[in-house]
Design a protein around this ligand. Structure first.
Ligand SMILES: *Cc1c(COP(=O)(O)O)cnc(C)c1O
Length: 368
């Protein structure tokens, strides 16, 4: 059997006819940037997440970067302020902080959930700390109630990097509606993936929404009059049309991911493998299914031999990247251990029962 790590082509071909219809009406409209499609998608997204405002932007990195930039313009943050961030995240999370002249404070995650540990967050707060950038990593909801309480107590902004967790919820609230603002990515491989780049910000704060919308469009509210030194980061009409089609199927697709995760969690049994852990009150959306193994290289080779694709999310943590040489000497043992042992196995809605069984059996038969 051959099971690729991801099969985006088949995933998107399911929507071929609807995409084609959407493309035709897009072509026919003659309107390419910031039109009806973007406006409708923003409204649908805001309603889906349960917030007042959604702003389409160019990609997930821009979504996060624009949130911080807008808070700086609003005087809520100042250059040099500290932002607490999990040390084990995709580099985009950290770039959104440093791009704005803010200072990332890397904190160790919980070794079992890979998400922020509220106790460690509390211990990392200094008088300069002004925000927490929480990541719902791999599509699993982090310990949000404790983080909300900590942020409230210390008057910190709580920002969510929701790039991997669209559709996840906890006690009736969706991720993306749990803090002051959230950034989303519609990169093709994400749970809600466009056919190109895309991103969005969600918030209940009208002023923040207005400022982000303005900065993302050259800092201009009125064409050719510029209030800020803005950027050009807009969601394409074409992508917004595709995303509206896929948003309607997102819950169904996430449910398939949950069913696969349930099987992996209950049926994978191998003393060399550590499964992800989570709270049962969470509705997680399993962007990735990440296991841990001290003998990762052997496991990759073994699964590859069995025809099963795997990937590593991520092989090197941000503080060990060449781009962040100023932090290379930091020692974050939990984060570094996680990066050495994690392995992502296939997780996408189109995996069928037989493929899932084959993956489970193969992993269960792995021995040294
Ligand atoms: C994908 C991702 C981003 C960035 O999104 P892009 O659309 O690729 O810019 C940010 N944070 C996390 C956690 C991501 O997984």
């Amino acid at each position: 059997m051959h099971i690729p790590f991801l099969d985006l082509r088949s995933q998107n071909l399911q929507y071929k006819e609807e995409f084609e219809k959407s493309f035709e009406s897009f072509l026919d409209s003659g309107w390419y940037i910031l039109g009806e499609q973007v406006r409708s998608f923003e409204n649908e997204l805001a309603a889906y997440i349960g917030v007042k405002y959604a702003i389409g932007v160019g990609n997930g990195l821009d979504a996060l970067t624009l949130i911080f930039r807008a808070y700086i313009e609003m005087g809520r943050l100042n250059k040099g302020d500290e932002v607490i961030v999990p040390a084990n995240t995709y580099i985009a999370t950290v770039l959104s902080i440093t791009e704005n002249g803010l200072v990332p404070v890397f904190v160790e995650p919980d070794i079992n959930t890979y998400n922020l540990n509220p106790k460690t967050v509390e211990e990392s707060i200094t008088p300069k700390t002004k925000a927490v950038l929480n990541v719902h990593l791999y599509g699993l909801v982090s310990r949000i109630e404790d983080l909300q309480a900590t942020c409230k107590k210390h008057k910190l902004l709580l920002i969510e990097d929701n790039a991997q967790a669209i559709g996840a919820s906890h006690k009736g609230t969706k991720t993306g509606a749990m803090g002051d603002a959230a950034g989303f990515s519609f990169y093709p491989g994400k749970n809600l993936g466009a056919l190109g780049d895309g991103g969005a910000v969600t918030t209940n704060d009208k002023q923040l929404a207005d400022v982000i919308r303005t900065i993302a469009n050259y800092g201009s509210e009125q064409k050719y009059y510029n209030k800020y030194k803005g950027v050009n980061s807009r969601l394409d009409e074409l992508q917004a049309g595709f995303l509206s089609i896929k948003l309607k199927k997102l819950d169904e697709e996430n449910l398939s991911r949950q069913r696969i995760a349930e099987r992996y969690c209950s049926e994978i049994k191998n003393k060399h493998i550590i499964l992800p852990s989570y709270e049962h009150t969470q509705a997680n959306v399993w962007h990735l299914f990440v296991i841990r193994c001290e003998h990762r290289e052997q496991l990759i080779e073994y699964l590859n031999h069995k025809g099963i694709g795997t990937m590593c999310h991520y092989p090197v943590p941000p503080h060990k990247q060449e781009a962040y040489c100023e932090y290379n000497k930091y020692e974050l043992p939990i984060t570094e251990k996680i990066h050495l042992e994690i392995l992502s196995i296939p997780m996408y809605p189109l995996l069928d029962e037989e493929q899932v069984s084959y993956i489970i059996e193969s992993i269960n038969q792995f021995e040294l």
